[in-house]
Design a protein around this ligand. Structure first.
Ligand code: IPM
Ligand code: MG
Length: 370
C-alpha cells in the first residue's frame, strides 16, 4: 500500500460532478472518523477540460494521473460537444487516460442487491443473487487499432475504417486477470469472441485456451460467441461467473449485464494496469453510467455507482478491505431501508435526491462506525 494515498479526482461532465460531490463527503468522513487521510487533487477531463484548455485530455491531467496512486473518474460527454472532431471529443479524455496509464483490464461487476431484485426488467428468480464479473480488454481492439479514419473517395462518396487487432501479449495479460479473479470466485471463466467470423477472435480463443492449459487448468474455461453471450445474458444470467472479452464486445455486454441489475446507476468499475516491480497496480475507477445530460443538475442522479467505485478503489488500489466493506454494507442497508433515487424507484419506496442518498449513506456509516 502507498504511504500517502494520492488520489486524483476527475469529475468531468454532466452528472459527474454531482455524484462526485457525494463521494467527497465520504472521503471527508473517512478522514474525520477513521483517520484515513487522502491526498486529494482535482483535475479536468472531458468537455469541461475542452472548454477550459482546448483539449479534452490536457497534459496537466495526464501528469497528475501519473503522479497519483489512483484515479476516481466521474463521466464525460454531452450533446454540445457531439459536433467536434473525434480528437477533441470529451470521450478522448477517458480513452486517453486508459491508454496512457495502460489500464488494460476493465472489471465490471454486475451484482444484484437483494433490495433491488424487483427493479430488474427480468423476473426476480432470474436475477436474484446474480454476481457476474465482466473483464473487458480496454486498451486494444477496434477502439485503438490502425488504420482508422474517414477518407474521401474519388467518386465523391466516403469510406470509414476501423481495425480490430489483438496480439498474443494483449490477450494473455487480460485472460490472466480473468483466471485469477475466477480462482477467488466460483472458478468459471467464459471467454467471449466471434471466432466463427474474425481472425483476431480465433487468435483470442487460441491464446486463452493455451494460457488455460499452461497455468489455469484448475479453473473451468468455456468459450462462447458474442452474439450467443448477449442472448444467454438475458436468458439465464446466473450461468456466468467471470466473462473475459474484447474491448468492443465488453462495452456492449457490460451495458447489457448492467441492466440485469435494475439500473446503470448502481454499477461501479475498475480499470487496472499491470503490477509494477514493487507490486503496485495503477487503477482508475468509474461508474458504468455516463454523463446523463438529460438529468444533469436536477438532483436526480444516483450517486451509488460512484460511491461503489470509490469502494472498489479502496479495495483494489489501497488494500483497505474494511473500509470498502463498510461502504458496501452501508449501500445495502440504505437500499434495504427503502430509499431510492429516481432511476431505481419502486412502488412503496421513498424517493430521495442525489444529496438525500448521500446523506443516508453518511448516516449509515456513522451508525456502523459508532
Ligand atoms: C464505457 C463508455 C466508453 C466506452 C465511452 C464513453 C468512450 O461507453 O466506458 O463503456 O465506449 O468505452
Ligand atoms: Mg459503454
Amino acid at each position: 500500500m502507498a504511504a500517502n494515498r494520492k488520489l486524483l479526482i476527475l469529475p468531468g461532465d454532466g452528472i459527474g460532478p454531482e455524484v462526485m460531490t457525494e463521494v467527497r463527503r465520504i472521503i471527508d468522513w473517512m478522514d474525520a472518523r477513521r483517520g484515513v487521510g487522502f491526498d486529494v487533487t482535482e483535475g479536468l477531463v472531458g468537455g469541461v477540460a475542452y472548454e477550459a484548455t482546448g483539449s479534452p485530455f490536457p497534459d496537466e491531467t495526464l501528469e497528475a494521473a501519473l503522479a497519483s496512486d489512483a484515479v476516481l473518474f466521474g463521466a464525460v460527454g454531452g450533446p454540445q460537444w457531439d459536433g467536434l472532431d473525434f480528437s477533441l471529443r470529451p470521450e478522448r479524455g477517458l480513452l486517453g487516460l486508459r491508454k496512457e496509464l495502460e489500464l488494460f483490464a476493465n472489471l465490471r461487476p454486475a451484482v444484484v442487491f437483494e433490495a433491488l431484485a424487483d427493479a430488474s426488467s427480468l423476473k426476480r428468480e432470474l436475477v436474484a443473487g446474480l454476481d457476474i464479473m465482466i473483464v473487458r480488454e480496454l486498451t486494444g481492439g477496434i477502439y485503438f487499432g490502425e488504420p482508422r479514419g474517414i477518407e474521401q473517395l474519388a467518386d465523391g462518396s466516403r469510406r470509414g475504417v476501423n481495425t480490430e487487432v489483438y496480439t498474443t501479449g494483449e490477450i494473455r495479460r487480460v485472460a490472466r486477470v480473468a483466471f485469477e479473479l475466477a480462482r477467488k470466485r466460483r472458478g468459471l471463466v467464459h471467454s467471449v469472441e466471434k471466432s466463427n467470423v474474425l481472425e483476431s477472435s480465433q487468435l483470442w480463443r487460441d491464446e486463452v485456451t493455451r494460457l488455460h492449459g499452461e497455468e489455469y487448468a484448475d479453473v473451468e474455461l468455456r468459450h462462447m460467441l458474442a452474439d450467443n453471450a448477449a442472448m444467454q445474458l438475458v436468458r439465464e444470467p446466473k450461468q456466468f461467473d467471470v466473462m473475459v472479452t474484447t474491448n468492443l464486445f465488453g462495452d456492449i455486454l457490460s451495458d447489457c449485464a448492467a441492466m440485469l441489475t435494475g439500473s446503470l446507476g448502481m454499477l461501479p468499475s475498475a480499470s487496472l494496469g499491470a503490477p509494477d516491480p514493487a507490486g503496485f497496480i495503477r487503477g482508475l475507477y468509474e461508474p458504468v453510467h455516463g454523463s446523463a445530460p438529460d438529468i444533469t443538475g436536477q438532483g436526480l442522479a444516483n450517486p451509488l455507482a460512484e460511491i461503489l467505485s470509490f469502494a472498489m478503489l479502496l479495495r483494489y488500489s489501497f488494500d483497505m478491505t474494511d473500509e470498502a466493506e463498510l461502504i458496501d454494507a452501508a449501500v445495502s442497508a440504505v437500499l434495504a431501508g427503502g430509499l431510492r433515487t429516481a432511476d431505481i424507484m419502486q412502488p412503496g419506496m421513498a424517493k430521495v435526491s442525489t444529496t438525500g442518498m448521500g446523506d443516508a449513506i453518511l448516516a449509515e456509516l456513522d451508525k456502523r462506525a459508532a
